[in-house]
Design a protein around this ligand. Structure first.
Ligand SMILES: Cc1cc2nc3c(=O)[nH]c(=O)nc-3n(C[C@H](O)[C@H](O)[C@H](O)COP(=O)(O)OP(=O)(O)OC[C@H]3O[C@@H](n4cnc5c(N)ncnc54)[C@H](O)[C@@H]3O)c2cc1C
Length: 394
């Protein structure tokens, strides 16, 4: 076996000759939170990632209240809050009309807001904490093969070396090699549209204290404040440009966003496009191999649930692996039984928001009427706030 460095905790006795108790494939948010949580439990984990360095782009920009709560024992929450911006509301709008205002400030949590922070910053905070606990990510190392036997798993990497572990976790994203290697189907489909995403500086009527989801016959657009006077814009379009210009984003906002004070976009700091899928792994476990995060579920970013769900998976899986390593292997099935239905609910919510956002023009008045009537009921607004913030999954 190759001589790789692992996180070793001398206080924990390993009864096997495996290189690690847990091999985590993928050092995105899911893999990093899992690794850190295992380290705090004194469990030897090895983390590999196929990229030479972490992706330094903005991507998922929302960290919800429940995520901040679960990261507390890992000592990450205060640092994240210090680097982010607190948005008190999520409002579904049609132009200037607020259809569904959802307030987070009455939520029963120490974090009654949604934290806006770029994924690059979130990952750097997670990695810093993991490294402070003695952890290390081995990169660039890609997993290319997996073989299981009754005592463990042997992983083959792209340089031909092998690593053994008692359990392997696929936290390797939507195109998960781990999932493919164990033959778990990833059931679902794709939306026809693609998403354009940009971090911009703008002026005009876009609020800077709330996350706005604008419904429009042309498609939805999300406008959310980020630290440093930046706004994150996400919109569903037929064919998104690879590098959206300021003019392109401005035209989108003017067609779909605020009308009384149309937005003016002065600068695009970062922009990209991606296609949206809605898929869930049929099972989260195949013997000694587990799935978490985007490897297990992907969906539309409407509602900003993707990374948050992955982090909650990671925390639940850390507890299950601790129990399995102590002899209670059924905890691994409980993990899947608890987390897969959550992914189903998240995919359904994101799907509903995406479909509502893009109803045919003839049905728009009906949708707006229904939403504004329903949203007058405080119980409904409160329920949506609890769902979006993740508190419903406590
Ligand atoms: C362009 C873009 C924009 C996005 N925007 C949003 C957004 O606005 N809102 C939102 O909620 N979500 C968004 N997402 C989704 C969000 O980024 C993911 O939900 C989140 O990153 C999931 O984290 P993860 O750790 O599960 O997987 P990932 O972040 O995908 O991490 C997987 C890691 O595994 C590594 N890996 C893959 N294969 C292997 C292998 N064979 N061997 C070793 N390592 C491997 C990869 O290099 C990667 O580092 C966006 C994603 C993209 C790509």
């Amino acid at each position: 076996m190759e001589n790789v460095m692992s996180i070793s905790q001398p206080d924990r006795k390993s009864t096997t000759t495996h290189d690690a108790e847990v091999l985590i494939v993928g050092a995105g948010p899911t893999g990093l939170v899992l690794a850190t949580s295992l380290a705090t439990r004194g469990i030897r984990a090895t983390v590999i990632d196929r990229l030479r360095e972490g992706v330094n782009t903005s991507r998922a920009a929302v960290v919800h209240a429940r995520t901040l709560e679960v990261l507390e024992p890992l000592g990450m929450t205060a640092t994240l809050i210090g680097r982010g911006l607190q948005a008190q509301r999520f409002t579904i709008r049609d132009g200037d009309q607020a259809l569904v205002p959802i307030a987070f400030d009455k939520l029963p949590t120490r974090y009654p807001y949604t934290l806006m922070v770029s994924q690059a910053v979130t990952e750097s905070v997670l990695l810093e904490r993991f490294v402070a606990l003695g952890g290390q990510v081995l990169r660039p190392r890609a997993l290319v093969g997996l073989v299981q036997d009754p005592t463990g798993v042997t992983a083959t990497l792209d340089d031909g070396s092998q690593l053994t572990a008692r359990y392997v976790v696929g936290a390797d994203g939507m195109h998960s090699t781990v999932r493919e290697q164990v033959g778990i189907p990833f059931t679902g489909g794709s939306y026809g549209e693609s998403l354009v995403l940009a971090d911009v500086r703008l002026s005009g009527g876009v609020p800077d204290d709330e996350v706005g989801l604008y419904f429009s016959p042309a498609g939805m657009v999300v406008a959310a404040p980020m630290p440093g006077g930046v706004h994150r814009i996400v919109a569903a379009v037929d064919e998104a440009p690879e590098h959206p210009s300021a003019e392109y984003i401005e035209a989108l906002l003017q067609a779909r966003g605020p009308r009384r004070y149309p937005a003016k976009v002065h600068e695009v700091l970062w922009g990209t496009r991606f296609r949206v899928h809605h898929r869930i792994a049929d099972v989260y476990r195949a013997g000694r191999v587990l799935l978490a995060g985007d490897a297990a579920h992907v969906h539309s970013p409407a509602g900003g649930q993707g990374m948050n769900t992955g982090i909650l998976d990671a925390m639940a899986l850390a507890g299950a692996l601790e129990q399995a390593l102590a002899g209670n292997v059924s905890a691994l099935d409980v993990y899947g039984a608890q987390r897969r239905p959550v992914a189903q609910q998240v995919v359904a919510l994101a799907d509903r928001l995406t479909r509502l956002a893009t109803v045919r023009p003839g049905l728009r008045w009906l949708r707006n009427l229904l939403l504004s009537t329903v949203s007058k009921l405080p119980g409904i607004r409160n329920q949506l706030a609890r769902r979006l913030s993740g508190l419903v999954y406590r």
